[in-house]
Design a protein around this ligand. Sequence first.
Ligand SMILES: Cc1cc2nc3c(=O)[nH]c(=O)nc-3n(C[C@H](O)[C@H](O)[C@H](O)COP(=O)(O)O)c2cc1C
Length: 504
Amino acid sequence: MNHGSSNTQANKLTGQEVAKHNNAEDCWVIIHGRAYDVTEFLPEHPGGPKIILKYAGKDGTEQYEPIHPPDTLDKYLDKSKHLGEVDMNTVEKEEKEEDPEEIERQERIQRMPILEQCYNLMDFEAVARRVMKKTAWAYYSSGADDEMTMRENHSAFHKIWFRPRILQDVENIDTSTTMLGSKVSIPFYVTATALGKLGNPEGEVVLTRGARKHNVIQMIPTLASCSFDEIVDAKEGDQVQWLQLYVNKNRDITKRIVEHAESRGCKGLFITVDAPQLGRREKDMRSKFSDVGSNVQDTGGDNVDRSQGAARAISSFIDPALSWKDIPWFKSITKMPIILKGVQRVEDVIRAVSVGCDGVVLSNHGGRQLDFARSGVEVLAEVMPELRRLGLQDKIEVYIDGGIRRATDIIKALCLGAKGVGIGRPFLFAMSAYGLPGVDRAMQLLKDEMEMNMRLIGCNTIDQLGPEFVDTRGLSMHSTGVPSDTLALDAYDPLAGPREKARL
Ligand SMILES: Cc1cc2nc3c(=O)[nH]c(=O)nc-3n(C[C@H](O)[C@H](O)[C@H](O)COP(=O)(O)O)c2cc1C
């Protein structure tokens, strides 16, 4: 393509040339040193045109990077709109106003506790809250509506107590098991969480490396910030990965994704079934509102609600018409085991068995979808006795996720019949605060806790865990979110998380 006199250094475009195309009728943007004509794409952008228009005629890389896998432009923007390289020396650098919030955040990063001060998974969350960018924290930490389900996910585990046995010779402990036929060192997996680059510039491959080191499985999200292939390329040897699938309204796209995942060696297809529409996550919506909405001129003609946050912006393709009728089709296009992620009642587990699914994840999406959905572990306690009663317990593998923060939580789930558990936010927070060393430490802490607690409960191996080790009588009581016994809480000297270094 010839850009005439505007091309300088070896036919590169200049910043001045790009800057002329700075409005909704004629909109170019620079991403990673290349210019793109996105004028016609504006109305199709899942996040709405306004956020693109903010960067019309300018370099939008910083905003673009964490939300879009690197192959996005190749996939979704016609080649004729790829205008070529830009001489970045000629692009005017935006004078960034010093943002007082960002200055404070940088100060907090300087005073971050050292990694060794994190003794459990909650500690990573406490640190991440202080050092992550506000929008990233809002996206990761938020739950739906009043966040009742999100908090219940965690507190549900507090209602299950142990019935340990003694004098069992617990010198040797083996926490290894299998999940969908793959051997793992411990029965947790890294569940799918979108937009890894919001928390760490390298994105999901950091989790791949952590999972490899600890021989645990990683579930790759459809909406990862890294491309699918980057995440698969980052695995080593016989490392196992699964695919989480959001089903696209366009089934050809879905078919392509599934076939590609299978050809690249994925060992499980987890179809997310709890998100026909993305939940309202108000923290996320609020943070995006100030980021995107306030400093952009309203150009009109744009129906997208500006206050929807990162989550809604990236999810408009998900098919709300997905139904049980589609399951045979999935079975016809893949040999990977099919697992429904987001099942929330006994009846649907039984139906999943009857349509030939290989597994279910009892999950409410980390409390990010239907508020007042019950915790996965509570549903598990209801599901397993019913499966046993019907003789179906070996027909399907049952997983849970949501609120798992301690190895005792994992053990409780396993006692109740789960094959394994998924863990989401804790690894995101560990990665955001400390990168790969953080993820490594988080996984090691869980392993250490697991070995110790298996020993203390009196079990040497995973297959010894069973319902006789837990007292679940408290499970039916749901938390109200209102702290009880406030006098005692007031007097209680709370365990403290890691402390920041003193100011210099
Ligand atoms: C930031 C974030 C992004 C998520 N993205 C997805 C997703 O893209 N697809 C999906 O099926 N589940 C997604 N989930 C849900 C998780 O897979 C999982 O159900 C949940 O995080 C488990 O709860 P936990 O975070 O308390 O461990 C996401 C969760 C979080 C926190």
